[in-house]
Design a protein. Sequence first.
Length: 308
Amino acid sequence: MPLWAPLGKPSPTMQTIESLKRKIKSAEDLHSVVKTMKALAAVSIRQYEKAVESLAEYNRTVEMGFQIILKQKPRGVSMAQPVLNGRLGAVVFGSDQGMVGQFNEVIARYAANKMDKLRIRVENRAVLAVGLRVFARLEEAGHPVEDHVSLPDSLAAITPIVQDMVLKIEAWRSEREIDQFVLFYNRPISGASYRPNTLYLLPVDLGWFQDLEHKPWPCRALPFFTMDWNKLFSSLIREYLFVSLYRAFAESLASENASRLASMQAAERNIEDRLEELKTQFHQQRQSSIDEELFDLVAGFEAVTQAG
């Protein structure tokens, strides 16, 4: 009985051990990548959350501007709610990248349901998709997308994209007589969770204007201005659009990374479970190999002893 397998022809057990070693190495490499992606997602969430927090003061400044000019409306200026003509402009925020779980499916389904409830015919809707993946989901749901915008690759890149979107909204209002604009995006809740959200961008809520007009000014003297009232009002509307779109971008990106973090956490658990299983199999196979070698040695020793 041979005490070892011939060179160049490893035993089935040895082949299994080598195969398990390769699988363990691949799983460990993947585990390292997932941990890195998880850390990057967590950092990104905080980055975009801080951007939203910083935006609060900017938003407060815009509100104070509205408060000042609304308290000094020229005679004859009416803030009545406009009559809508049944044309809708919708902006749906999704993602360009994958590994985000059901992030795009959730917001696309939510936006489609909300638009249907507005009872505006599909041909009277202009949909702008932010992100290629939500673009595809909306098309699949039977909601044609007129245009799309790629997501910024950094916090600093949000501003120029938002500025372009404000110009597009103004063009849609003037050239196509779209008077109602709605934003659909995911908002972070806590940790790695989020939920879809609707923001009715235009027309501006008349109740909000009335509240600002009657809200007491924090000091005795109300600031005055020399700029034409209508021009100043239009400028503040653009600032309001900028703040609203920027917040939607930042909150959607924070939610995207929250969804990615959740996906990476699930993947990490699955890989760890698989690694544990592979290592258990490896130790079992290694012990079996050692037992086989010992058995061969004992059997060989007994054969030599009997022959002597």
